[in-house]
Design a protein around this ligand. Structure first.
Ligand code: 6GU
Length: 219
């Protein structure tokens, strides 16, 4: 799978790209690339934004700037990724959407900044608009990291243990329920005990207990 991120702040992603699970996914064949709007802007002086028509505060990311970045990235190689605008008004990210995205061979995430992004980006250039939750961030960069993280951890090899992503919270294996509780050593700490069933060695009882706990958390 290939994931491209378009941004005005590529340096924000340096730390993220260095994280173990991200590097693992890349070593297993995932591709993660970053594109800086400023490097492909058709405007002079690295301009990427402009004042809003109709007036008002703040600046708006220009449609010609986003179009130039997409064309430069894809036209020569004839790539046609699913283009996703990151915006607080988009479709809410959940596990179903993450599964939908991980099934794509190639996605592009467009981060916006400033007061907003020219609406023609959403109407004409993007296939989808996605939000990570009901609050407003200063830009799409953190949202892009959240989307990339939820998607790549579903790719083979991103997590150390092959089954870790299968049974995790909200996944299909748990029928969309939040995850069951986890415990590790010590078995008793300050008198706080780990449930006996987990120490029983009876895998079937453990499986049933975990399924019941996950259902309970869902309620
Ligand atoms: Cl995708 N972008 C911004 N700026 N704020 C958000 C968001 C995205 N999702 C939730 N809040």
């Amino acid at each position: 799978m290939r994931i491209d991120v378009f941004t005005l702040f590529p340096e924000w992603f340096e730390w993220f790209s260095g994280q173990h699970h991200v590097r693992n996914a890349i070593e297993h064949g995932a591709e993660l690339r970053f594109f800086h709007y400023r490097e492909t802007t058709p405007l002079t002086g690295g301009q990427v934004d402009d004042a809003p028509y109709g007036g008002g505060a703040g600046m708006v990311l220009r449609v010609d700037v986003v179009d130039a970045a997409l064309r430069r990235a894809y036209e020569a190689e004839g790539a046609s990724p699913r283009v996703i605008l990151l915006t607080p008004g988009g479709r809410r990210l959940d596990d179903a959407l993450a599964r939908e995205l991980v099934a794509e061979p190639h996605i592009s995430l467009l981060s916006g900044r400033y007061e907003g992004v020219d609406e023609r980006v959403r109407e004409r250039l993007a296939d989808d608009a996605v939000s990570i939750g009901p609050y407003v961030l200063s830009g799409g960069e953190l949202a892009a990291m959240v989307v990339v993280d939820t998607v790549i951890r579903k790719l083979p090899g991103a997590l150390g243990h092959a089954d870790s992503a299968v049974e995790e919270s909200f996944s299909e294996a748990l029928e969309g329920a939040p995850e069951y509780p986890h415990y590790t050593r010590p078995a008793v700490y300050r008198g706080w005990k780990v449930p006996d069933v987990l120490l029983s060695g009876d895998h079937e009882r453990v499986r049933r207990w975990r399924a019941e706990q996950a259902r309970r958390r869902a309620r």
